[in-house]
Design a protein around this ligand. Structure first.
Ligand SMILES: Nc1ncnc2c1ncn2[C@@H]1O[C@H](COP(=O)(O)OP(=O)(O)OP(=O)(O)O)[C@@H](O)[C@H]1O
Ligand SMILES: [Mg+2]
Length: 472
């Protein structure tokens, strides 16, 4: 459960927070009427997020924040401020506030900000460990991998612990780049300072620069007040920049300058602002290719590439699959005591599959299979269709296979996997192929397969094929 703490000397505000957040199940709200009171309560309650008023009797919000930061560098703090005191709030942002909100506040906006800040808080506090996990250990929070390529990654994380170098993490989508970035942070000297993750691909281009570097009042239409960007907010901490190759060139130049000189200007300003940020960047593209195509600035690439961590694709380290599956089973089984298992032949299928979506795809497959499984073990039948389809394709792949040879192989496979309904599985593959071949024309597809159109329709429905074709 997330713990939210409100500090405000006005009883009305405390009351409206009780109304908005008091009844939410996943949230526990506590309130304090002054900064002094809050500073006594915080070490005991250990809130995940603090929201406080700037102007209060006794010590004000900024001083409260400063004193809080002496013993707690991470817990995000959102400041509430009336219009007249925006400048004060900005000062407070420089002391490490997460964000501020104007009074009177708009409830949906407040709720959104609270949920974003709680996410950030969770990320910061979640320790990602790369120690090999023993069987007994609670499998929570770990990077799984006994393969030699993952052991290499763990070594690099260890070697980086005493360094403040910029790191570039590359690798296909779902290979664990973000997990490794957090492990590097958790093992670094900056682990007590904040960690902010920014996905440049998820932020519209025109907003990205102001998100990163902030903007001056009046820098563009809608910039009604000064805004502090992530690089300024995260002074002393670590920034994880995801999808770095997708950034506009001008923004890349600005990042390069921060890395080299530790200074930047806010959008629409000419005053240099100093910051000390450790940068960890990631991309799922081949950076060398992006450089040669002009999408990734060469100078920035060389500056980031000081330490390079290349995440191996899951298909290159299939020996890690059983342990990953056990990890996800223990994590996602609905009942901690009744952890489900997986049948050996189903596990074998998982181990043979190529996993184009890497660990993320495996994680989703296990999660879905857990929902589908009726007994206490996952069977072949509970696995996603793609996995069975690939197996069928592999079986039929040999050149020079005649129909007899192929059906003998299929038969053998079916005999070893009694819970798999082999005829429907093959039928499904054939229907998909016929539909792909005819561009979805059901009359022609039915003709090729030698069945009536009504039967074809039934099969499409039965095998939930429509969904799969429209995805492509
Ligand atoms: N070695 C691992 N052990 C346990 N879980 C892992 C491992 N690698 C990845 N995961 C899990 O797989 C999912 C995807 O990982 P992550 O988000 O780090 O991938 P990514 O490389 O950043 O992908 P993308 O390029 O799509 O952003 C996450 O839920 C993560 O926890
Ligand atoms: Mg990622």
């Amino acid at each position: 459960m997330d713990k939210l703490m409100l500090i405000d000397d006005e009883a009305d505000v405390r009351y409206s927070f009780e109304r908005i957040f008091g009844s939410k199940n996943a949230l526990q709200l506590s309130t304090a009427a002054s900064g002094e009171e809050a500073l006594v309560m915080i070490p005991e309650i250990k809130p995940d997020l603090v929201i406080m008023d700037v102007r209060m009797g006794g010590i004000n919000g900024i001083e409260t924040l400063q004193r809080l930061r002496e013993f707690d560098a991470k817990t995000p703090v959102i400041l509430m401020t009336a219009y007249g005191t925006t400048q004060t709030a900005i000062q407070a942002m420089k002391h490490g506030a997460y964000d501020y909100i104007l009074k009177p506040f708009d409830v949906p906006k407040l709720e959104e900000l609270v949920s974003k800040a709680l996410d950030a808080s969770r990320l910061m506090k979640q320790v990602v460990s790369c120690e090999p996990l023993s069987e007994k250990e609670d499998y929570d929070l770990g990077i799984i991998g006994q393969s030699s390529s993952m052991q290499e990654i763990f070594k690099i994380i260890g070697q980086l612990a005493s360094s403040d170098a910029t790191v570039l993490i590359t690798g296909e989508s779902g290979t664990g780049k973000e997990l490794v970035a957090r492990a590097i942070y958790n093992h670094s000297q900056r682990s007590k300072a904040p960690y902010l993750a920014i996905n440049s691909a998820a932020i519209p281009e025109n907003l990205l620069e102001s998100e990163l570097f902030g903007h001056e009042k009046g820098a563009f239409t809608g910039a009604s007040s000064l805004r502090i960007g992530k690089f300024e907010q995260c002074d002393g901490g670590t920034i994880f920049l995801d999808e770095i190759g997708d950034m506009p060139s001008a923004t890349q130049t600005k990042i390069l300058r921060v890395l080299q000189d530790g200074v930047f200007e806010r959008v629409g300003g000419d005053r240099s602002v100093k910051t000390d940020v450790r940068l960890i960047a990631a991309t799922n593209k081949l950076p060398e290719l992006a450089v040669s195509e002009g999408d990734f600035r060469e100078d920035l690439f060389y500056r980031l590439n000081v330490v390079r961590v290349e995440m191996p694709a899951l298909r290159e380290r299939k020996e890690d699959i059983p342990q990953l599956v056990r990890y996800f089973l223990s994590r996602y089984s609905p009942d901690k005591k009744g952890i489900k298992t997986i049948q050996n032949d189903a596990l074998a299928l998982l181990q043979e599959y190529d996993w184009p979506g890497n660990v993320r795809e495996l994680e989703n497959a296990v999660q879905r299979a857990l929902v589908m499984a009726k007994g206490d073990a996952i069977l072949n039948d509970n696995l996603p269709h793609e996995i069975i389809n690939q197996k069928l394709r592999d079986l039929g792949d040999d050149e020079g296979d005649d129909l007899e040879g192929l059906s003998a192989k299929l038969f053998n496979w079916a005999r070893n996997n009694p819970d798999l309904k082999v005829i429907p599985a093959v039928e499904r593959e054939l229907v998909i192929n016929a539909l792909k071949e005819t561009g979805g024309n059901q009359v022609q597809a039915a003709k090729i397969l030698g069945i009536t159109r009504a039967t074809l329709r039934k099969r499409i429905e039965q095998f939930s094929i429509r969904q799969e074709l429209s995805v492509e």
